[in-house]
Design a protein around this ligand. Structure first.
Ligand SMILES: Nc1ncnc2c1ncn2[C@@H]1O[C@H](COP(=O)(O)OP(=O)(O)OP(=O)(O)O)[C@@H](O)[C@H]1O
Length: 463
């Protein structure tokens, strides 16, 4: 067995041999160690490193320590003299002096302590260290949001971007983007009081603080942050008490020049059940939308994920997956994970055949036949024109454009030939259909409204 004070150096030597030098220097080297009676205590210089170690390396460190010394317990703490994000009494992993005269708290006191601890706890509300700007692929759908996010990360509190309100559909990278801001701010300044919280958790914390008379602590904590990131704010809908509290926290932070960032599934004015005074405040700074990624971006996301996870993925395979999984990035990631698991499971490399096999149900659902009738009906309803206009000779822009969109969708979603599509649209010539497809596909890259409409229609027709 290794002597206690030799455990960490021995462990370091093993880790250095196992990891890339960049990983070792960035994450492992900054750690220092203390040995307790039955545990090894590792001190990380900041919470960012602590979290990353916890997520990526702690399991392996525990194995090595066990192997080298028989110690079963590795504790991980923030060392040095950084200021905790939460007031000291709320931070569970900050070493605290032992109380001079320990007294047994009453049940009510214990409940209050638990509530207070929950307010500042990072156990479930932490930043994911993998959600960085580096790992976020940029494309048309998110470039504005990303540019704004970078500005804020460099200069939080700038009134031009305060608050930042990011909205968009599910699984499009809203959480990733705002956590990238949090990680950036925190990395630049580990003293910054950064808090990421999901709106549902915020609601629960309010309830608990209220129940256990820990409201002052709750207020003090939220009003004292430098950067507050609240995810999925639509969960505040209909919750008046929460909205009122959030209103005060919001005002205190903005007035103090502190940054507030929110995400939501819809544009502020479309959130139902939200107080008017909050809705108007949400638009004080900058409101940006994240749109579904276009094909090239989806391919780039797959290639990036493969690179990060060290997976060999050919371009044409990525292209095939991206063509068939269009709904959102979470599903795209899910498809890739499935392919990787299938390859491991069957001990094969990732080929086009393997992908087709691994994703056969997704592909079958995607290939479900969409009819021209369904396309015409959906497009007519979407643009609020008459169904008969799909076949009519009218040439006014507000009718001709939707008709062209419908023809392009028919080309993309059905097996019909150009002449067949022309027939289905009032006996038009195939060159008219070709022209429509060309026009719309060009507009999808130059006109965000058409791009948005087209993607929305595609997902309606596919689901
Ligand atoms: N542009 C991107 N580049 C790389 N990964 C992305 C991108 N957009 C999304 N992702 C990944 O997709 C997954 C889902 O993203 P995220 O959870 O941020 O979406 P969301 O918009 O917050 O979803 P929800 O509305 O359900 O909360 C995450 O793993 C995220 O890393």
């Amino acid at each position: 067995m290794t002597e206690l004070d030799q455990i960490w150096p021995a462990c370091l030597a093993r880790l250095e041999a196992e990891l890339s030098s960049q990983q070792f220097n960035t994450w492992i080297k900054p750690l220092s160690a203390e040995t307790g009676e039955e545990s090894l205590v590792l001190l990380a210089p900041n919470r960012f490193i602590l979290q990353f170690i916890k997520d990526r390396f702690l399991g392996r460190i525990e194995e090595l320590v066990g192997e080298l010394s028989g110690l079963t317990n590795v504790e991980l703490r923030v060392g040095g003299n950084m200021r905790p994000v939460a007031p000291p009494s709320m931070v569970s992993n900050t070493p605290r002096p032992a109380p001079a005269a320990p007294s047994t708290p009453t049940v009510a006191e214990q409940a209050k302590q638990a509530a207070v601890k929950a307010i500042g706890s990072h156990e479930s509300t932490r930043l994911n260290p993998g959600f960085t700007f580096d790992s976020l692929v940029t494309g048309k759908g998110n470039q504005l949001a990303r540019a704004a996010a970078l500005q804020i990360a460099e200069n939080p509190g700038d009134p031009a971007y305060n608050p930042l309100f990011v909205y968009g559909g599910v699984g499009l990278g809203k959480t990733h983007l705002i956590q990238a801001i949090g990680n950036h701010v925190f990395q630049k300044n580990p003293q910054a009081r950064v808090r990421y919280i999901h709106a549902e958790r915020y609601v629960a914390d309010i309830m608990r603080a209220y129940q256990h008379k820990a409201f002052d602590e709750f207020k003090r904590y939220y009003h004292s942050l430098d950067l507050l990131l609240i995810d999925d704010i639509q969960f505040f809908a209909g919750k008046n008490r929460t909205q009122e509290e959030f209103f005060y926290a919001f005002n205190a932070l903005i007035e103090g020049g502190k940054q507030v960032i929110m995400t939501c599934d819809s544009y502020p004015k479309q959130i139902e059940g939200m107080e008017e005074r909050l809705i108007s405040r949400f638009s004080w700074g900058l409101t940006v939308e994240i749109q579904p990624p276009e094909l090239e971006m989806r391919v780039a996301i797959l290639m990036k994920k493969a690179e990060v996870d060290n997976i060999k993925l050919d371009n044409n395979v990525a292209f095939f997956i991206a063509q068939n999984v269009r709904s959102n990035v979470r599903e795209l990631e899910g498809a890739l994970k499935r392919v990787v698991a299938y390859a491991r499971f069957t001990n094969q490399s990732i080929s086009m055949e393997l992908v087709k096999e691994a994703l056969k149900d997704i592909l079958a659902a995607g290939n479900r036949q969409v009819t021209v009738d369904a396309i015409q009906k959906t497009v007519a309803e979407y643009y609020k024109i008459k169904l008969s206009d799909m076949h009519s000779k009218k040439r006014s822009r507000d009718i001709a454009r939707p008709r062209q969109v419908a023809m392009t969708l028919a080309k993309e979603l059905t097996q019909l030939s150009l002449p067949n599509i022309g027939d289905a649209f009032g006996g038009r010539d195939h060159t008219t259909v070709l022209h429509a497809c060309k026009t719309i596909n060009e507009m999808r890259t130059s006109d965000p409204d058409i791009a948005h409409d087209y993607d929305a229609l595609l997902s309606m027709l596919r689901n």
